[in-house]
Ligand binder design. Structure first.
Ligand code: NDP
Length: 294
């Protein structure tokens, strides 16, 4: 068996520990570091080496995977090792914005290191299996050289040379997910005002959402073409009424309507802008108008 590539993991929260564990399972010599050292104990029992300093972790392996709460912490954590980064590779899997990823890439480049940014579309128990999708962006040659190791963390999807792309896609996917979960919490609150359990709601909601899901393909085609299907069966003016009713019923039933206030207002603006006969996807025209005019 060829020797697996050594990897250091900085950050041993729920996700960093899962990443380290996946590397250990696939026989990578794995060095770990965490601000709170006791979180390394279980991993040491599973075969990890623990570094006594951040610099010790970074210098133990050519590749360091960073997984901290956010970018500021991920960047601050590496500052003590800045003079030891030259010739090494940093893969940052902490959640953040595209701008933060680009700034982190520039900072590591200033210190002579290669950088890949990543977005984890999985929860810790999925890490190391094919269902764990991990998005990457940054220098393509660096990705190619790291891919055999990164593949042991989950399914890799490389998105392009701009280091901001992984964060962009990550936050786009999370936006759709939080839209669904936010809608679910609103729905559960609404039926809960009449003592209907969330479990009962899910028996109707699950098939309803599944029935709606295929319509994303058509909505995507409308958005990409700019043709929002005038005179569709569910025109935006009708949907504006439903959203107004969602807000009003929340207030009547005594729950908060906040999750839907912004959406209702955007739909009203799109109707006022002339999209009343268009499909829901025409809402993107109002969203685009919020772009800075640079
Ligand atoms: P946790 O809250 O479990 O762990 C947070 C980590 O950040 C710990 O290692 C913690 O160290 C460290 N940390 C926090 N503040 C500082 C600081 N000021 N200086 C140094 N280290 C600090 O989070 P997760 O592991 O779950 O998440 C890590 C990243 O992974 C996040 O960006 C998250 O968005 C992303 N992610 C997580 C998923 C999940 O389901 N958990 C799913 C997809 C992505 P300490 O132990 O000392 O507090």
């Amino acid at each position: 068996m060829p020797q697996q590539a050594p990897v250091s993991v900085v950050g041993l929260g729920a996700m960093g520990s899962a990443l380290a564990r996946a590397l250990l399972r696939t026989d990578h010599p794995t060095t770990v570091w965490n601000r709170t050292p006791s979180k390394a104990d279980a991993l040491v029992a599973e075969g990890a080496q623990v570094a006594d300093s951040l610099t010790g972790a970074v210098t133990a392996s050519p590749l360091t995977v960073v997984c901290l709460l956010d970018y500021d912490k991920a960047r601050q954590a590496l500052v003590p090792a800045a003079d030891n980064l030259a010739g090494r590779t940093v893969v940052n899997l902490s959640n953040g914005t595209p701008r933060q990823a680009r700034e982190y890439a520039a900072w590591t480049a200033d210190h002579g290191a290669d950088y890949l940014d990543g977005g984890i579309m999985a929860i810790p128990p999925m890490i190391g299996g094919p269902a764990a999708l991990i998005l990457y962006s940054g220098n393509p040659d660096v990705f190619t050289s790291c891919e055999p190791t990164l593949a042991d963390l989950g399914t890799c999807r490389y998105l392009g040379a701009d280091p901001g792309l992984a964060g962009l896609y990550d936050l786009a996917l999370l936006s759709a997910m939080y839209g669904m979960f936010g809608g679910f919490v609103h729905a559960a609150s609404l039926v809960g005002t009449e003592q209907v359990s969330a479990a009962d709601l899910v028996t109707l909601l699950d098939p309803w959402l599944r029935a709606m899901l295929p319509s994303l393909t058509e909505a995507a085609a409308q958005i990409d073409s700019g043709n929002y299907g005038r005179d569709v069966s569910s025109p935006l003016a009708m949907q504006a009424t439903a959203l107004a009713n969602i807000v009003d019923s929340a207030r009547e039933q005594g729950i908060r309507a906040d999750i839907f206030l912004g959406l209702r207002d955007l739909v009203d603006q799109a109707v006022a802008a002339g999209h009343d006969h268009d499909d829901f996807s025409s809402l993107i025209e109002v969203m685009k108008a919020a772009r800075p005019s640079s």
